[in-house]
Write a protein that binds this ligand. Structure first.
Ligand SMILES: Nc1nc2c(c(=O)[nH]1)N=C([C@H](O)[C@H](O)COP(=O)(O)OP(=O)(O)OP(=O)(O)O)CN2
Ligand SMILES: [Zn+2]
Length: 271
């Protein structure tokens, strides 16, 4: 199956502006452009489908940009200006309902709405309830970071086997990373479009995981890694297991944890 994703970047400025009725410009930074004080958003559309015979596209990305600008931006703008935005989760469900028929022949698999570079909502096709959209499941993800050192070493292997397996990451003195962590909660938002109180969510993640890991030698200072190699896979699982019970009574239950060890290496864990 092909899954094509396209991110549309746009601003909703403090004052109504005429940009949307003109020709798109500065597509990299977003259109409409942010002219000063306002909101900068991203909407990432993921479509699945067969390839068009002539273009070999699932869909022309310009069709995606066009439909998002035509159908979604004005809707978001109205919610902001009429103060019906609430927590925003009901808005992403509404947008999914509007956009799912925008590209006939292709299936809208996921709509991901970036409220900041770090915080986003997402609705997936399998979680959308067309007859009762208010009961659709929404995912909310926030990113966190911590710095830590570690050593990749398996005590059941010889020193040589450890060096062969882990290379420079087996340095006995350890080495460090600036880890990024994305925590995703999923559930049915309340009538006000709130899945979770974001500052409360952040505080729980900080207390339960980030503050424990930050500026630590993971091998030495954390019981989670006493007998477990602190690979990015095991760090993602450890954080998931620390957080899972903390969201068991919340509307937004823990869905997954993704950890980036470097910009090139990440692992998502879920159960
Ligand atoms: N599957 C995994 N492989 C590796 C992990 C891991 O957690 N899971 N971790 C490491 C090391 O922690 C290492 O520090 C990663 O750095 P490096 O090998 O330098 O990788 P970079 O992407 O930063 O740099 P390149 O030299 O460009 O590869 C290794 N493997
Ligand atoms: Zn490392």
């Amino acid at each position: 199956m092909f899954r094509l994703s396209r991110e549309v970047r746009f601003a909703i400025n403090a004052q109504p502006d005429a940009q949307l009725s003109g020709r798109p410009s500065n597509a990299y930074g977003g259109f409409p452009s942010l002219t000063g004080l306002g909101h900068y958003f991203t909407l990432e559309v993921t479509l699945s489908g067969a390839l068009d015979a002539a273009s070999q596209y699932v869909r022309n990305i310009k069709d995606i940009d066009d439909a998002v600008r035509r159908l979604a931006i004005g809707r978001i703008e109205r919610h902001i200006r009429e103060r019906t935005f609430g927590g925003g989760a009901q808005v992403v469900v509404e947008l999914f309902g509007i956009l799912r028929d925008a590209w006939p022949g292709a299936t809208l698999e996921q709509l991901k709405w970036g409220l900041s570079p770090f915080l986003h909502y997402a609705v997936r096709a399998e979680d959308f309830q067309p007859d009762r959209p208010e009961h659709s499941m929404v995912r909310l993800s926030q990113k966190f970071e911590f710095s830590a050192s570690h050593r990749l070493h398996n005590p059941s292997l010889s020193d040589q086997a450890n060096r062969d397996t882990f290379g420079k990451c087996n340095n006995p003195h350890g080495h460090g990373h600036n880890y990024e962590v994305q925590v995703t909660l999923a559930g049915e938002p309340d009538a006000g479009g709130v899945l979770v109180d974001v500052p409360v969510f952040e505080r729980i993640v900080a207390e339960a995981a980030i503050d424990r890991f930050d500026h630590k030698n993971l091998n030495v200072e954390l019981p989670e890694f006493e007998d477990v190699i602190p690979s990015v896979e095991n760090i993602a699982r450890a954080i998931y297991r620390l957080l899972k019970p903390r969201f068991s009574d919340s509307r937004g239950k823990l869905a997954s944890v993704t950890v980036w060890e470097t910009p090139k290496t990440s692992c998502e864990y879920s159960e």
